[in-house]
Write a protein that binds this ligand. Sequence first.
Ligand SMILES: CC(C)(COP(=O)(O)OP(=O)(O)OC[C@H]1O[C@@H](n2cnc3c(N)ncnc32)[C@H](O)[C@@H]1OP(=O)(O)O)[C@@H](O)C(=O)NCCC(=O)NCCS
Length: 186
Amino acid sequence: MNAPVTLTATATPSTPALLLRPWRAADVTALIEVYQDPDLRRWTVSPLDGADDGLRWVRAQEQGWATGDRFAFAVLEAAGDAVPPRLVGNVVLKEVAPGRPCAQVGYWTAAQARGRGVASRALDTLTAWSLDAFRADGLEYLELLHQVDNVASCRVAEKSGYRLDSVLPPAPPAYPLDGHLHIRRA
Ligand SMILES: CC(C)(COP(=O)(O)OP(=O)(O)OC[C@H]1O[C@@H](n2cnc3c(N)ncnc32)[C@H](O)[C@@H]1OP(=O)(O)O)[C@@H](O)C(=O)NCCC(=O)NCCS
C-alpha cells in the first residue's frame, strides 16, 4: 500500500461521520488515555501504560503499513466545527499476504463512545475497503475472532455481516474460554 489511505463512514441522523486514517505519533496522548479503560485492557493483547508504550505501538502500526501485512486505522469523530475530531476507536486489517485468501480484522472503541455504532460502522468501512483493495492479491474472505463471553464484540460481528463459522477451543493464558470465529466473504 503506497499511498496513505483515508476512509469515511457517513453520518447517521444521530451520530457524526467517522474518519479512518493511519495512526500518527501525535495520537499517543489520546491513545494512552483511552487505554486506561479496564474493558479495553481486558480484551487487547498488549495493554499500553505510558507514552513510550504508546509510541512503540504507533510505530508498529506504521511498520505494518510499510511492510504491507497490517493496516491499522485510528477512528475519529467530528465533535463539532470548533474542535478537532476526537479519537473514538481503532480498526485493523491484519495477516495480509499476497496470494493468501484470508486476512483478519480487529477493533476497539473508546469507553465513552461505545453503544453508538462506532465499531460496527468503522468495521463496515474497513471491510469494504479491505475486500476491494486486496481482491487482486487473492483476498476472498475476512476472519473475526472473539472470546465467547465478549458479547458486545459478537454483536458487532453479526451487525457487520460476519456470520458465525465455528467455535474454537480455549487458547490460554490470553483466551481461557472458547472463541467464536466469524467470517465475511467478498
Ligand atoms: C466490542 C466493542 C468494540 C463494541 O464497540 P461499540 O462501538 O460499542 O459497538 P457498536 O455500538 O457498534 O455495537 C455494540 C453492540 O453490542 C451490544 N452490547 C454491548 N454490550 C453488550 C452486552 N453486555 N450484552 C449484549 N450486547 C451488548 C450493543 O447493544 C450493540 O448492539 P445493538 O446496536 O444491537 O444495540 C467495545 O465494547 C470495545 O471496545 N470493547 C473492548 C475491546 C474489545 O472487546 N474489542 C474486540 C475484541 S474481539
